[in-house]
Design a binder for this molecule. Structure first.
Ligand code: 5AD
Ligand code: SF4
Length: 446
């Protein structure tokens, strides 16, 4: 039989990366092989993101580019999946008639059957098939999984979001919160451990709400403790947390469980209580700072990271300075900083006093400058310490390897005649700290 190839173009968050791994698994079950150059593929999936306009523009350009590939190879199946397919399906079909399948966010695990059905229609007049019902419950994944990493696995624990932050499109394209059962999650992790996986990231838009849809109290803390007990699990991460829902029980679980890594990613979005109110975030600046104090009480040596938006409608210079001084006060290890992007259909898109782009850009620069100082300071504290690293692979200079600490910091160290495998545990004594990375030398043990 002739060999068939697939190519996956992934954009966006970790949930999308996880979905893309599910697509890869299903395609391989059907006998397709991965190929890096999409020009030579028989099936292309573009897994899309619409959280900001910049992402959408880039992806729309890529979908347009695929028209020429389809003209050369009319048998090619182009599938546009994920958040843009969910949000703008109708527009996409009109603009890009070369797309064969539009797959909304709840159909990831049904892709295999959908593709088979579509291929069976060959010979009939082909037109785009659309799957975009958000009310269905995403099916459990039962097939083969092709993960990107050989030791680190994404584990979705829930889908969707109920929060409706006023700037955010996610609840409209990923639907309401649906949690996976604890048994299914544990079974997936156990199977991954049997395949050699050591590091696990539990994924959800709002992981602290895990299990609320089946009425269970403190379900996320219970899940963390349960995963911690699985033999072979070395490192557990989770994202993303909502400051309003982050409970003391979860913080205690992190403090008490050996394998849960001591990083807290708690997006605060704005340091101004008034902006937070208009964002519908459900907490004030003071409440957020109380949460940070509670985290530091239980886990004094933790790292704290965050997400911040600048230029939300109506953000004044004073509001922005509240964000800036919160960043300085907390001293985050790292921050993902974003310029507010108007998403039509969200309440904030209709708010008065949209902030001009040049003001947003200037604020972003000031914010990044302040955060870079924090990142460097946090990293400098590690000079002279021995950190535990999971090796990832060689860096650009092949004589130097890189890997990550338990809290996700990038570390580089010279091989010095040794050989490593991805996933090896290495202890590195840090001698140099930069804003984005640490350097040091491997030592015998921690
Ligand atoms: N504009 C800019 N940033 C956004 N985010 C979500 N929606 C928007 C938007 N419309 C950011 C938030 C969130 C992160 C994943 O993306 O900071 O935490
Ligand atoms: Fe968007 Fe808010 Fe839900 Fe996060 S919690 S996905 S920012 S609506």
């Amino acid at each position: 039989m002739e060999e068939k190839y697939y190519s996956l173009l992934n954009y966006g968050c970790q949930m999308n990366e996880s979905d893309t791994e599910h697509y890869a698994g299903q395609l391989e079950e059907l006998g397709y092989k991965a190929i890096a150059d999409f020009h030579d593929a028989d099936v292309i999936i573009v897994n899309t993101c619409c959280v900001r306009e910049s992402a959408e523009k880039k992806i729309a350009g890529k979908i347009g580019e695929l028209k020429a590939v389809k003209t050369k190879n009319p048998e090619l199946v182009i599938c546009v999946a994920g958040c843009m397919a969910q949000k703008d399906g109708d527009k996409l079909i009109k603009k890009h008639p070369h797309v064969d399948l539009l797959l909304g966010t709840a159909y990831v695990n049904d892709f295999k059957q959908i593709l088979l059905d579509y291929l069976a229609e060959r010979g009939n007049k082909r037109r785009t098939r659309v799957y975009d019902d958000l009310t269905i419950h995403q099916s459990e994944f039962e097939g083969k999984m092709v993960r990107q990493s050989k030791f680190e696995a994404w584990i979705p624990i829930m889908y969707g979001c109920n929060n409706f932050c006023t700037y955010c499109i996610v609840p409209y394209v990923r639907g309401r919160e649906r949690s996976r059962s604890m048994e299914n999650i544990v079974a997936e992790i156990e199977a991954a451990v049997a395949d050699g996986y050591k590091e696990f990231t539990l994924l959800g838009q709002n992981v602290n709400s895990y299990g609320k849809d089946f009425g269970e109290k403190d379900a996320f803390a219970k899940l963390l403790r349960r995963v911690n007990e699985i033999p072979g699990v070395d490192r557990i991460h989770y994202m993303t947390s909502h400051p309003r829902d982050m409970s003391e029980e979860v913080i205690k679980a992190v403090a008490e469980c050996e394998h849960i890594c001591e990083n807290f990613h708690v997006p605060f979005q704005s340091g101004s209580t008034e902006i937070l109110r208009r964002m519908n975030r459900g907490y004030s600046r003071e409440k957020y700072l109380e949460l940070i104090a509670l985290i530091r009480k239980y886990v004094p040596n933790c790292t704290i990271t965050t997400d911040i938006i600048v230029g939300f409608p109506g953000e004044t210079e004073e509001d922005f300075e509240d964000t800036l001084n919160l960043v300085k006060e907390v001293g985050f290890d790292a921050a993902f900083t974003f310029i507010y992007s108007k998403r039509s259909g969200t309440p904030a898109a209709k708010m008065d006093n949209q902030v001009p782009l040049d003001v947003k850009k200037a604020r972003l620069n000031r914010l990044m400058e302040a955060q870079n100082i924090n990142s460097l300071k946090c990293n400098e504290k590690l000079i002279g310490q021995v950190v535990e690293v999971l090796a990832e692979g060689p860096s650009k200079n092949k004589d130097v390897w890189n890997g990550r600490t338990r809290t996700g910091k990038l570390v580089l160290w010279p091989l010095e005649g040794k050989t490593y495998q991805a996933g090896d545990k290495v202890y590195v004594k840090i001698d140099t700290a930069q804003t984005w990375l640490l350097k040091g030398k491997a030592v015998d043990n921690g």
